[in-house]
Ligand binder design. Structure first.
Ligand code: HEC
Length: 117
């Protein structure tokens, strides 16, 4: 093979490898971005207002803030339900979210704007 021809072959091979590496890199980037999005936990205040506060604090269910209820008790009631209260599955509130939510409710001050059952 001519010396000049060999140099071109090496250069072409290098470009092909570069392009392939770039494509694989961008594919794995988008996969990890999606995973991060799915596991991003929602804040306890948000979950309480959107999910629990629908009943608790709005005449439908007992007041649960400002009572120092143990977090483990809150979590177990959320997972199994209680009387008229529905159970919430890990697909609705993840374990990580529930842990933070129960801790937040347990520590939270009573809100004078809320009304119990
Ligand atoms: C559809 C209305 C509704 C929603 C939504 C709801 N609850 Fe309840 N919850 C109730 C009712 C009603 C009771 C009282 C059940 C009983 O005494 O039989 C209750 C009871 C409880 C209790 C026990 C309170 C006590 O004094 O014994 C806790 C703790 C609790 N809920 C936490 C939560 C949390 C945390 C959420 C949000 C993830 C939530 N609940 C969402 C209706 C609801």
């Amino acid at each position: 093979m001519h010396a000049r021809q060999r140099r071109w072959t090496a250069l072409t091979l290098g470009l092909v490898l570069l392009a392939g590496g770039g494509l694989a890199g961008s594919l794995s980037n988008s996969a990890s971005a999606q995973a991060t999005y799915e596991i991003e936990p929602r804040a306890p205040e948000y979950l309480y207002a959107r999910t629990c506060g629908y009943c608790h604090g709005h005449n439908i269910a007992p007041i649960i803030r400002g009572r120092n209820l143990p977090p483990a008790v809150i979590s177990s009631i959320v997972r199994s339900g209680m009387g008229a209260m529905p159970a919430f599955k890990p697909t609705e509130i993840t374990d990580t979210e529930l842990e933070a939510l129960s801790e937040w409710i347990s520590q939270s001050e009573a809100d004078p704007e809320e009304h119990g059952q």
